[in-house]
Design a protein around this ligand. Structure first.
Ligand code: PEP
Ligand code: MN
Length: 280
């Protein structure tokens, strides 16, 4: 059959930023958008750190139906406005169904496109073939594809083929840990050793998500959270992007508070990441 992800041109440009197997970006922010005040504090801090890429969840796929499901479309107008105000150029945002793409497109247009969006396919939708076709058949937004938590690498790469075969080849492949029958001291078994494997098998830029891989802020004997260590392993392995969650007040986070870095930790994370990247 066809293998579009092997032959896609290497990398792409979006919002004036380069994404390829040599580029590097940190996408930091909330798991779930809550208040304009928190969003503002994050974007302001990122701007101070020289970061113009963020993550923000408006549509949340929750394991329990009783947990917060995200503010959805309602938060998009103020979210985009605050992003524009702080010079945030791209926000990674998960979509759960095709109509979410339209909602994002319409709200961005209405707001005058103050920022850009990277559509995120979450691990729970890693084989939602109709959703993959939907993000693949539009070319407005690049796609951040997260590996299926219980899928082989081959199955996840085939999912990226669904996206590419629809015409959209602006894809980034994200590792976020996998489930294991052996258990794991972390939320998931960290699979960042697969960064070079994906680079060898495809031409896609590779992202690592230490937040959902580790899932907690347990601290290693050297005083650094395991999230920092996992992230460093991804950077050393050649990751082109890091997706990381933070919150100005993690106790009040509506989703994934236990793994959210504070803004102070975020500043240290960015500083450490730069040092590691320069060293390797
Ligand atoms: C997320 O990034 O907020 C998320 C839900 O991640 P995953 O799909 O990897 O669980
Ligand atoms: Mn999360």
């Amino acid at each position: 059959g066809r293998h579009d992800i092997d032959v896609v041109p290497i990398g792409f440009e979006y919002q004036g930023l380069r994404f390829d197997q040599d580029s590097f970006h940190i996408f930091a922010g909330l798991c779930a958008v809550d208040t304009p005040e928190h969003v503002e504090e994050i974007f302001r801090t990122l701007a101070e750190l020289g970061i113009v890429t963020a993550r923000m969840g408006a549509y949340k796929p929750r394991t329990s139906p009783y947990d917060f499901q995200g503010h959805g479309r309602d938060c998009l107008p103020w979210l985009f406005e605050i992003a524009g105000k702080h010079g945030i150029k791209v926000i990674a945002m998960e979509v759960l169904k095709e109509s979410h793409i339209d909602e994002i497109f319409e709200e961005l247009e209405k707001a005058g496109k103050p920022t850009g969006i990277m559509l995120q396919i979450g691990t729970r939708n890693a084989q939602n073939f109709e959703l993959l076709k939907a993000v693949g058949s539009q070319k407005e937004f690049p796609v951040l594809y997260k590996r299926g938590m219980g899928l082989t690498l081959e199955e996840s790469l085939n999912a990226c083929e669904y996206i590419a075969s629809g015409g959209n080849r602006n894809i980034i492949f994200c590792l976020r840990g996998v489930k294991s029958h052996l258990g794991s001291p972390h939320r998931n078994l960290v699979d960042f050793a697969h960064v070079p494997v994906i680079k060898r098998l495809t031409r896609l830029p590779v992202c690592v998500d230490p937040s959902h891989s580790v899932g907690s802020k347990e601290v290693a004997p050297d005083g650094l959270p395991d999230i920092f260590h996992a992230s460093a392993q991804g950077v050393i392995a050649g990751a082109n992007m890091i997706l990381v969650e933070c919150h100005p007040d993690p106790q009040t986070a509506l989703c994934d508070g236990p793994q959210a870095l504070t803004m102070e930790e975020m500043a240290k994370f960015v500083e450490d990441t730069k040092i590691i990247r320069e060293a390797y």
